[in-house]
Structures are given as C-alpha cells and as structure tokens.
Design a protein around this ligand. Structure first.
Ligand code: GLC
Length: 629
C-alpha cells in the first residue's frame, strides 16, 4: 500500500515515472546539462509530463494498462500494416469508418495515414512540411475527426499510425515566422548563419537528399540576410535539436497526439536531427539520446503508444534506431527494413538471391529486444539502391555497376526488363539514380497487360505474391502499401498537378480505385482479384504462424542454390523453413538439407500441401514461396 495519500491515478503515473526516468534524465543530462536554461527546462518538462498524463482520456489509460500487460502486442504474427493517404483512400477523415471493412477484410491491424497535420500551402513534400502540429490539414478534417477516426480504428482492433516530422518544420510554421521576424528565442529554434562560411564548411561532408530539384543543404534569405539549414526542400527548415526547448515542444506535441488516440508515432527523417561538423550529419550519437528520451517520456505518460523511427540508411546505421548497445530495448519499437526491400527488388532483377543472403546474414542480428521491423515492398518514397561496394564485392559483383544495372532495369531501359518505373533524383556527379513506380508496375503487370502476354502476367503476379510472402515471414509488421493489394498501376496524373509535377514519387501515389477493388472481390480470376486473394491467404496463414512472432529468431540459410532465398524461424514449439525462388525458372533444394535446417513434417503451412514422402528434392516452381514445417 502507498505510504502517502496520492490519488490512485497519479500513483500509476508515479510508478511509470520511476520505471522510465533512467531512460529520460541521463540522456537529457548528456545532451543539455551545460545549456544555461537547463534547470528551467527540467521543471517545464516534468510539468508537461504530468499535465499530459492528467489529460489522458480514460479509454486510452485502459489501453495503456492492457499494453503494459502485453508488451509484445506489436510483434505478434497477427499484425498487418497498411499505409495510405487519407484523401486518396477515402476522402476525409470522417469518411474513413466507411472504408474500414476493406482493411478488416485484408487482416489489417495497423493503419498508417500519411502526413495529416496542417501542411504549408502549395508544394509541401507530400505533407512533410508541417506548419501547425496542433491542427489537422483542413482538407481532411479537424482534430476531433482525427480522434474519432482513431477510435473507429481502435474499435476494430486497428492501431492508428500518424507522422510526426521531427527534423524540420515548414518555413510558415509560427516558430519559423517569429524567427524570420528576428525574435531571438525562435531564431534559436532553427539553424541560421550570418554568412556562408559555416554552411560551406558543413557542406564539405554533407550528402544531398534531393540533388535534382532542391540541391544543397542551406538556403539564403535576403530579407533576413541569413543562411538557413534546409536539408530537404527550401520550405523545410531544420530544427535546432541542440536547444532543449525543441525537445520540450516536440514532447508536448507527441503526447498531445497520443492523447488523441494515435497509437503509433512515425518519427520522420530522424537520422538528420543532430549536426556535427566534419560528418554527414546523419545518425550522430545524440540522435539516439534524443529518441531514447522521447521514448521514455511516452512510456511515462502513454505506454500504449509505440514509436516507428524512419531512417533510410545502411543496415549498420539503421539497427541502432531499434536500440543497440547501451540503448538496447530502449529506443524505437519499429524501423523500416529498407535493406530487405532493396534486396528483394535486386534479387528479382538479377535472378539471384546471393546478395540478399549475404546482407541479411552479415548485417542483421537474429532477434531484437522490444522491437521489430516494419517490412515492406513499396512505400510512398522512391527506391534508392542501398547496396554497398563491400557487400557487392563479397558476392563477386561490382557495386557501382550493379546499382546502375538496377536503375536501368527498373526504369525499364535494360534489355529484357519486365519493369515500368521512372527515375528519381538522378545525380550525374555520383551516378546515383533512384526509382519510382507501383509494386505492380515494377513487378511486370503493366508491361504484361500492354503486351497482352498471359505468361508474363502470371509471372508478374507471382513476383508480387512471393515478395509479400517474404516480407510477411521474415519478422516484423508487413506493411501493405495502398493499392498494392489490387495491383494498381503507375499514375501519371501527377504531371498535371503543379505542386506534384516536379516529384516523380507521385507516380506511385495513385488514388484508390474502388471499382477495381469491387472487381477484385467479385472476380477472383481478374488481375486485381488474383493479387487480393493471394495476399489475403498469405496474411491469414501468417496470423496462425507462432514461429513468425517478431521475438523469435531468424536463421538465414544457404540453400546452395543462388535462385533461392532461404531462412528458418525458430520458435519453442518448432521451426519453419521458408523458401523463396526469386526466378521465373523451376528449381529445387534437397529435402535432407531442408530437414537439417529445421523442417520436420514436410508440410507447407502456406499452401497447406504436404510434400511427397521419401528422399529427393523439393521442387520449387517459378517464384515459389513455401513455409515448410
Ligand atoms: C521522409 C519521408 C519523405 C520526405 C522526407 C522529408 O523520408 O518519407 O517522403 O520527403 O522524410 O520529410
């Protein structure tokens, strides 16, 4: 029993504070203790946490308790994610409940609505240029609508995920306007320089994100005679995270969104949050201190909420976002498995799984603590060929040549390519070219339909299903990108929209085609119908696979056959051997090899089929996917 007469609700807060304070204050001490305003900041942060807790609605407090009892909820094999733009999927937030049947039917338990806080007018980087974190984009509705949408999702067992852009605000944000007007308090919210000497010195080692249409990382404003740090577009001003006020402001915003019922916060572009001269200013150690402290603040006030950290970087740089070393189990709960996504497309183009096997085995641990991946084939962004020279060399391939091949292949220029993609941010200085396009168009559906080639169409659909079976089994929440479930093709309509025309990523951000969705349901033999029923089957079977729980280890296998990507998932109840043929040819693996790898009964849990008894080889048709128990 408590010694003091504390109100029981605040006692819960107190216990959670005690639990997480060692993840909070030591991080903040390291970051900000020498800052002149640190003592006031500490008091203000404590007050903000208590205030947010007291404002937390009863139903969300209940969710917190439930999640504290089941902390692995997001690692379970029944989790399926879906990502969409609200307007492109259903219209306004208020229209979302009317479309939730579609998601429930697919097995979705996690919905990422693309940026929906009030963006700047005009070009706004798909909503990632936010001018007011306290309001919803008026085109989509109000905060009350967001709350209602979150509740409608929760009633269906769907956790709502919302973007929170941490690295920058729109230059129209109230803070930025005050900074521009000369208010010293707000000038310290951003990174502003009186001349270009320091910016030039930083640029020696910075990497451009949008070399094509937003070159450089700084912008000069004549009216204030200042250079402002703008990593992304000119209208996105980088925040000064060395100022503890930014931590305080963002913590309040984070907890306010949590109190609206958002269950997953997607922290955008986190790698860029800390600047250090002489580096790429990406993934500096301080970024991890900040993210661990934000996680702790959330665990104190809203432990039902988890954090997805968006860092599209190399594997070695990405893993720390899921908490490594001293931060093990203490940082992000989710991070995008960009490397796997790249490797799947690379394997399909080269008809060789060797590089994927090497990368997955060399760079990724067999399990994570309190964390798992967000696995995906496509998202709203481009595909950058994140294949290092070292990894390529390890499998006898030349890195530069391989990356160039992948770009040529997926933009459809390489002889024999099945893909219809488009280039993004071609950088002639480095030879770098990223790729846009929907899953279906990249996988060959568009070309096969144009050419009326039935066999090519079968193969394209099998590529899509193989890819999804793979991301559904490797560990993590598989994210279905809106429209992929009905094989939506590239949408060239963006060229007619002035705010989009400069950004070919809109090629793969089509509007949901509800007629096609109806066809998919009504006719399982149609192209969208084949993809939809295939995906439903994969996700449905997956939900029953105890081995696919995110906490169970993965063992990357070498099938001795470059056409096959193979791994085993080991659960206390048994193992499953997963096989993927990344080519359009028949191939096989020896049965005794699969048995040594962990296959026991010889049953494919995905198709439900049983292997013929006896020795011999396991035959794998084109783009086979098998989950062998
Ligand atoms: C993230 C988003 C991307 C955006 C960038 C800048 O990478 O996914 O769409 O352009 O951040 O906010």
């Amino acid at each position: 029993m408590p010694q003091t007469a504390m109100p029981p609700e605040d006692e819960i807060f107190d216990l959670r504070y005690q639990r997480s304070q060692s993840d909070l204050w030591p991080m903040l001490d390291e970051l900000y203790a020498t800052h002149p305003g640190y003592d006031a900041f500490r008091k203000a942060l404590d007050a903000a946490l208590l205030k947010a807790w007291r404002a937390r609605p009863a139903d969300l407090r209940r969710l917190d308790l439930a999640r504290d009892l089941e902390p692995d909820w997001f690692q379970r094999p029944g989790m399926v994610g879906y990502a969409c733009y609200t307007d492109r999927f259903c219209g306004k937030l208020a229209d979302l409940p009317g479309r939730l049947d579609w998601l429930t039917d697919l097995g979705v338990t996690y919905l990422h609505l693309m940026p929906l806080l009030k963006p700047r007018p005009g070009a706004n980087d798909g909503g990632y240029s936010v001018m007011d974190y306290g309001r919803v984009d008026p085109r989509l509705g109000s905060m009350a609508d967001l709350e209602a949408a979150a509740r409608a999702c929760r009633d269906r067992g769907i956790s709502l995920c919302v973007d929170m852009v941490l690295n920058h605000t729109a230059k129209e944000h109230a803070w930025a306007r005050k900074a521009r007007a000369g208010d010293p308090r707000y000038r310290d919210y951003y990174l502003m320089f009186e001349d270009d000497a320091v910016p030039r010195a930083y640029e020696e080692t910075l990497v451009e994100v949008f070399p094509d249409d937003a070159p450089g990382s700084f912008t000069y404003y004549e009216d204030i005679d200042r250079w402002v740090w703008t990593t992304f577009n000119e209208h996105q001003w980088d925040l000064n995270w060395a100022n503890p006020q930014i931590f305080l402001e963002m913590t309040k915003i984070m907890l306010a969104l949590a109190n609206r019922g958002v269950e997953v916060l997607r922290f955008d572009a986190v790698a860029f949050m800390w600047k250090r001269m002489g580096t790429r200013c990406q993934s500096e150690p301080e970024v991890h201190l900040i993210l661990r402290a934000l996680r702790a603040a959330c665990r104190i006030v809203a432990p039902g909420v988890i954090h997805l950290e968006e860092a599209i970087v190399s594997p070695g740089e990405m893993l720390p976002y899921l908490g490594r070393g001293r931060h093990d189990g203490k940082e992000g709960n989710l991070a995008y498995h960009n490397s796997l996504m790249v490797q799947v497309w690379a394997a399909l183009a080269s008809r060789d799984a060797g590089l994927m096997t090497h990368v997955m085995r060399t760079h990724f641990p067999d399990r994570l603590t309190n964390a798992t991946y967000a696995t995906y084939l496509r998202c709203h962004d481009d595909i950058g060929w994140a294949v290092t020279d070292e990894d390529a060399a390890a499998v006898g391939v030349q890195g530069f040549g391989h990356r160039a091949f992948l770009s040529e292949f997926y933009r459809g220029a390489f002889p024999g390519s099945f893909s219809r993609g488009a280039p993004f941010q071609h950088n002639p200085d480095t030879g770098d070219m990223r790729i846009c396009g929907t899953t279906a168009s990249l996988a060959g559906v568009e070309q096969a339909l144009d050419e009326g080639d039935a066999r090519a169409l079968d193969l394209a659909i099998d590529r899509i299903l193989m890819g999804h079976a793979l991301i559904a089994s490797v560990g993590g929440i598989p994210l279905i990108y809106m429209g992929d479930e009905i094989a939506l093709l590239n949408d060239h309509g963006y060229l007619d929209v002035p705010a989009h025309a400069h950004d070919s990523r809109w090629l793969h951000r089509p509007k949901m085609d509800w007629d096609r969705a109806a066809l998919a349901r009504a006719d399982p033999d149609s192209v969208p119908g084949r993809v939809l029923s295939g995906l439903r089957e994969i996700l449905g079977r997956r939900a029953e696979m105890a081995e696919f729980h995110g906490a169970h280890p993965i063992e990357i296998l070498d099938a001795g056959n470059p056409s096959v990507f193979a791994f085993a998932r080991h659960a206390p109840t048994g193992s499953v051997v997963c096989l993927y043929n990344v080519t359009e040819d028949w191939t096989s693996v020896p049965r005794d090899w699969a048995e040594r790898a962990g296959m026991s009964q010889g049953v494919d849990a995905l198709s439900g089929g049983t292997l013929a008894p006896g020795a011999g080889d396991i035959a794998l048709p084109p783009y086979a996917r098998a989950w062998l128990r």
